[in-house]
Structures are given as structure tokens and as C-alpha cells.
Design a protein around this ligand. Structure first.
Ligand code: PEP
Length: 250
């Protein structure tokens, strides 16, 4: 069965106090939700301890990034083992901001996906095209190659642990959301691509949408056949809005 997931990506926002308040607020939101919905929050690494101290056991902790290496001389990086120590069960991997600003190539993303799976963290693999790529008709070529590179070599069991986030780059933080039809078209394509690798997994893998999801558009996006939830940036920092989004999937 496909899991319904709403994940809040706080990006580089907040302070210790803001993070604590948000964590308490999200826990209260989750208490009122149908248990079939999984809610995740991805705070900045350094605020994780504060968040862990506040969240209820129904809120899942995610990281915004993870190292593809085990440990050692990698200044500034955070390992999967360190995240597991905080109870982190998901990690966003290959977010477009990481790809564009921090050199996360398809190869780097692939190593991070593999490391997550090895350490029992579920990777949320982000894929998506830029506006230029969309306008030049390359959506499926770009998304397909990002998927194939990141998932190469995974067994059926390993593939089953991955969550895919379709995040068109032009819709992230811009206020320009993909229409439900535009998003559905790519989600359907992603599910078909997964089916080429493994049909059984394609029936159960969760594919979530990210890109300016808000209280006003969430319901229509989540109503589409292949959209199993959302990866929420800006709106995850506003509790009232995040609550409406979480309820929109129920
Ligand atoms: C994101 O950070 O993954 C994201 C989708 O951001 P926003 O919702 O702000 O567009």
C-alpha cells in the first residue's frame, strides 16, 4: 500500500526557540490527524536535538542532507550513523538546492541514497527539471536520468525503502506551483520508470510532490492519482498552513 506522507523541509531557517515551538506545534497537529498519514519534519542538523526533545513519537524526524561517506576527514559533513543516533528515520537526498548550490551530482546523490539504505534511513530522493529543461521538452529525459542514476543497483527490498519527491525546480520557493495535471503527468512517468525496474515496488512506492505547496493548492494536488503527499518548504514553517496541508491528504 502506498503511504501518505507530508514532509516539512525547514531549510536553513529558525533558531533553537523557533524550532522547539514548531516541534511542539507539529506534534499537536499530528495528534489530530488520521494515523494513515505520516508527517515528517526536517530541521537543520544543529537544531535536531532541540526538536527531538519536543516531538511526539508520531512525528518522524528527517534530515535535509546526509554524507555519502561513513566517517573520517570530511569537514562539515554529517554521517548517517550520527543521524540514526538522533532517531532520524528519513533523509532528503538530492534536493535541487543541494544539486545547484553544493555540487550534489547524480553520482553523489546515488552514494547518499545507498548510504541511507545501508544505515536504515529511508531516502527521500528529489528529482525535477528546471524551467529551461521543461521549456525545451526535456522533462522526462532529465527526471528519468536522475532516477536511473540514483537507483542504479538497488535490490527490490532496497528500492522499496525509497520515497521519491518530484520537485520541479521552477516551482520551489517561487510561489509558482505545478498544476495538479502537470504534476500528475510527471508522477505517472516516475511510477512507470520504477515499474521498469520493479513492477511490485512501483505499486507501493510513495511519490510526493514539492514546489510551493500551500494551504490553498494542497488538496487538488493530493487528489491526483499518483501523488501520495508533499514535500513542503516555506509553508512548513507556518503551523496553521502546515496543518491545513496535513489535513488535505487525509
Ligand atoms: C522544498 O524545499 O523542497 C520546497 C518544495 O520548498 P517550497 O515549498 O518553499 O517551494
Amino acid at each position: 500500500m502506498r503511504r501518505k506522507i507530508v514532509a516539512g523541509n525547514w531549510k536553513m531557517n529558525g533558531t533553537r526557540q523557533i524550532a522547539k515551538d514548531l516541534a511542539v506545534g507539529v506534534s499537536a497537529i499530528v495528534e489530530g490527524l488520521d494515523k494513515s498519514v505520516e508527517v515528517l519534519i526536517a530541521p537543520p542538523f544543529i537544531l535536531m536535538a532541540d526538536v527531538v526533545a519536543q516531538i511526539s513519537s508520531d512525528v518522524n524526524l528527517a534530515s535535509q542532507n546526509v554524507s555519502g561517506f561513513d566517517n573520517g576527514a570530511f569537514t562539515g559533513e554529517v554521517s548517517a550513523d550520527m543521524l540514526v543516533g538522533f532517531g532520524c528515520s528519513y533523509s532528503i537526498v538530492g534536493h535541487s538546492e543541494r544539486r545547484a548550490l553544493f555540487g550534489d551530482t547524480n553520482e553523489v546523490v546515488s552514494a547518499k541514497v545507498a548510504k541511507c539504505i545501508d544505515k536504515n534511513i529511508q531516502p527521500i530522493l528529489c528529482v525535477g527539471e528546471t524551467l529551461e529543461e521543461r521549456e525545451s521538452g526535456k522533462i522526462f529525459e532529465v527526471v528519468g536520468s536522475q532516477l536511473r542514476a540514483a537507483l542504479k543497483g538497488l535490490s527490490q527490498v532496497q528500492l522499496g525503502k525509497v520515497v521519491i519527491a518530484y520537485e520541479p525546480v521552477w516551482a520551489i520557493g517561487t510561489g509558482k506551483t505545478a498544476t495538479p495535471e502537470q504534476a500528475q503527468e510527471v508522477h505517472e512517468f516516475i511510477r512507470r520508470e520504477i515499474a521498469v525496474i520493479d513492477k511490485a515496488v512501483s505499486d507501493v512506492i510513495s511519490i510526493i510532490y514539492g514546489g510551493s505547496v500551500n494551504a490553498g493548492n494542497a488538496k487538488n494536488l493530493f487528489a491526483m492519482a499518483d501523488i501520495d503527499g508533499g514535500l513542503i518548504g516555506g509553508a512548513s514553517l507556518k503551523l496553521e498552513e502546515f496543518e491545513v496541508i496535513c489535513k488535505a491528504i487525509g
